[in-house]
Design a protein around this ligand. Structure first.
Ligand code: NDP
Length: 296
């Protein structure tokens, strides 16, 4: 039987990094060194790993990175003061507050405190509002990466039926808003499903594009899909113990790849795109703040 095309997120991410790297060279030739600050206030080992990865990604493309670690016992005022300092620091173009923050910290207040011009994650309410009102500035990295994957996979987004499974502020909602926007890379008809959706399979089965960001291992199976549809699997779930431990997505890859026309693998699909888009947003921030016209 035919198998779905595999959408190679690593390859597309490499192309994005290449463009970013060239943009960094142009900025540097104008005397601008893009800088990203990462702020960690958590003992979560996964968060520590993510932050380290982001710093390494920066290094690879010539973005300066600065890391600030705040003791989890510290008062939240210390976090807020750090954000204020980074907001005021001309060497810093982008600020990333690694979430989740340690318990007891007012996370929405922390996200609001970041200068919207340096909000490369796109989580500040001003940037969320701009996306929703059709005047986007910084769009969250995972949705941006997914849109790019759809374009690279040759999906005609305008007029397509897109079903997004998941309504998080991080992925589902901003992606729905992005693809609902106007333009050649959007203009989709978007349905957003979540845990209270009555009949998930009924929605998924009529979609041209299915994006699953539910955090539920193998929630979407091949039999739910329309033949030839494009499937984007955002989920990253560790299942099994010890030597059997493996990463699976929110899509049952085996069955889905027998029905779909194209599908992203886990790992190697959306994950690398999220990382690449953070770099892209950071050079965009640097260009905006320095007044250099990059036309990315
Ligand atoms: P959240 O847990 O914040 O949101 C999950 C969403 O899925 C919720 O809206 C929830 O509904 C919905 N949901 C849960 N169960 C079901 C179900 N049975 N049927 C339909 N909808 C359901 O997760 P995130 O959006 O932050 O992340 C989703 C997944 O993507 C996770 O596995 C995460 O690890 C991964 N991820 C991957 C990234 C990448 O770069 N590859 C980046 C970010 C996340 P409700 O709102 O009703 O609770």
């Amino acid at each position: 039987a035919d198998r779905a095309d595999v959408i190679d997120g690593e390859a597309v991410a490499a192309a994005v990094r290449e463009t970013v790297s060239e943009a960094v060279d142009r900025l540097r030739s104008e005397g601008v060194t893009p800088g990203l600050a990462t702020v960690l206030m958590s003992d979560d080992p996964a968060s520590e790993t993510y932050v380290r990865m982001k710093q390494r990604d920066c290094e690879d493309v010539g973005i300066e990175s600065r890391h600030v670690e705040i003791d989890t016992d510290a008062p939240q005022s210390e976090l807020f003061e750090t954000i204020d300092e980074l907001n005021a620091d001309p060497a810093i173009d982008g600020i990333l507050i690694q979430r989740p923050l340690t318990e007891g910290v007012d996370e929405p207040a922390a996200l609001r405190r970041v200068d919207p011009e340096k909000d490369v994650d796109g989580f500040h309410p001003e940037n969320v509002g701009r996306l929703v009102t059709g005047d986007p500035r910084f769009v969250p990295c995972t949705p941006l990466g997914i849109q790019r994957l759809l374009i690279e996979a040759g999906v005609e987004i305008p007029g397509s039926d897109v079903v997004v499974v998941g309504r998080s502020e991080l992925v589902g909602k901003p992606l729905a808003n992005l693809l609902l926007g106007r333009g050649d890379d959007a203009d989709a008809t978007v349905t957003v499903c979540h845990s209270k959706t009555d009949d998930l399979a009924a929605h998924v089965s009529r979609a041209d594009v299915v994006v699953v960001a539910a955090g539920v291992p193998e929630l979407v199976t091949g039999e739910m899909l329309a033949p030839g549809s494009t499937v984007i699997d955002v989920g990253i779930n560790a299942v099994g113990e010890g030597d059997d431990r493996e990463l699976v997505g929110d899509v049952e890859y085996e069955s889905a790849s027998k029905v779909a026309g194209a599908i992203t693998p886990v790992p190697g699909g959306v994950g690398p795109m999220t990382r690449a888009m953070l770099l892209r947003n950071t050079v965009t921030a640097a260009a905006r703040q320095s007044g250099v016209d990059l036309d990315l």
